[in-house]
Ligand binder design. Sequence first.
Ligand SMILES: [Zn+2]
Length: 146
Amino acid sequence: MQFSYEQHRIIGGIGADDQYWRALEQGEFKLPRCSACKRWTWPAHYRCGACGSWEFAWEAVEPVGVVYAWTRTCYAFERVKERAADVPYVTVLAEIPAAGNARVMGILQGSEEHLRIGAPVRGVILPPSEKSKHYPSIQWTLEVRS
Ligand SMILES: [Zn+2]
């Protein structure tokens, strides 16, 4: 079942982030940058908090960063019961240096062996699914540097 992004707004999102979801659906990782002062703004807003501009450019960014924070979900919460079979799972807040250290949330995929604050991660874009409430999603995998 496909929903329009307008319908998604009923269950979440503020609308200013629509282009984030549309880009992910096309397999691209894009984040908003103020067209006037070039400041990255994430989570997305309609207006730049630094200079007041209403104009944003959605720039493609390589989905690589570092773990800013993470948490383990040990219960199947009612609002995300689609993930009940995955419990326990880890959610990562990844900091993206190429986008002004924007912090982007995603489920951790793969091994947790090197999970720690500052660990390098790479994003993998997944198509909309039941588990992601019909949104495309980005999942983070730990990159092991030798
Ligand atoms: Zn600005």
